[in-house]
Design a binder for this molecule. Structure first.
Ligand SMILES: Nc1ncnc2c1ncn2[C@@H]1O[C@H](COP(=O)(O)OP(=O)(O)OP(=O)(O)O)[C@@H](O)[C@H]1O
Length: 232
């Protein structure tokens, strides 16, 4: 199986704080991967390194065979932890923006998903709730025909009914050759769609593998294992 992303001895510090250390990872194509860990474990740091928003202090990270940069940005669709939508925009402006910016943006797919979530192109970002903004941003990100989707806390602010729709969107709306990395604390909600999991704690990878194998090995759900492993 070919890898879409690879890390070797990856490390990142912020001053004296070690955010990631000795991270070795191989992310294959065609998988949905849960990046799971408690607050401050290094999930966002890893995703930012993969997107070229941070540079490593140690080791290497490659996406599609290249260090993060112009080439990798063409194949990665990234949902940041915080929404970046400007208040003056309407949904239609964002659709135009994505269409201009990304050759792989599928406007028809975005319009269908927005319609299913009862969001119209004329709707103003300014008037939207936090959860609706998150939905808009996720729809835009998932409407690209990318090879790797990196979703940093995609469902945190979204109500449970919309969560199911969104998770369904994630599994049905991406190309089977692509991979999706989802960072989240809401494991019970996402567990059913995950093929593989990565447990991370204090910047180190604690456990990786196929979700089914890990469930079988521990005799529990990933959510239960997470609660035990990361008990405060
Ligand atoms: N810009 C920064 N300056 C200093 N420390 C930082 C910075 N960004 C992250 N850190 C620290 O690095 C560690 C990892 O942070 P990171 O945001 O990657 O964690 P996370 O797993 O995404 O957490 P959360 O689940 O709370 O979003 C934390 O201890 C955090 O305080």
């Amino acid at each position: 199986m070919e890898n879409i992303m690879q890390c070797k001895g990856l490390g990142k510090r912020f001053g004296h704080k070690v955010a990631l250390e000795g991270v070795d990872l191989e992310i294959p194509k065609g998988r949905i991967i849960g990046l799971l860990g408690p607050n401050g474990s290094g999930k966002t740091t890893l995703i930012k390194l993969a997107n070229g928003l941070l540079t490593p202090d140690e080791g290497t990270i490659t996406v599609g065979g290249n260090a993060p940069g112009v080439a990798s940005k063409k194949i990665v669709s990234y949902l940041p932890e915080r929404t970046y939508l400007s208040d003056w925009m309407r949904v239609g402006d964002l659709l135009n923006f994505f269409e201009d910016f990304y050759d792989d943006f599928d406007r028809g797919r975005a319009l269908t998903m927005l319609g299913n979530l009862d969001i119209q192109p004329a709707d103003r970002i300014k008037a939207m709730s936090k959860g609706t903004r998150e939905k808009v941003q996720l729809v835009l990100v998932m409407s690209r025909q990318a090879q790797l989707y990196m979703l940093d806390e995609p469902i945190g602010g979204v109500d449970p009914a919309a969560r199911d729709y969104i998770l369904n969107t994630i599994i049905t709306n991406y190309n089977e050759e692509a991979s999706v990395i989802i960072s989240t604390h809401l494991i019970a909600d996402v567990e059913k769609i995950l093929d593989d999991i990565i447990f991370i704690r204090s910047g180190r990878i604690m456990l990786t593998g196929a979700a089914d194998d890990i469930r079988q090995q521990y005799g529990e759900s990933i959510d239960e294992i997470f609660r035990e492993v990361f008990k405060c």
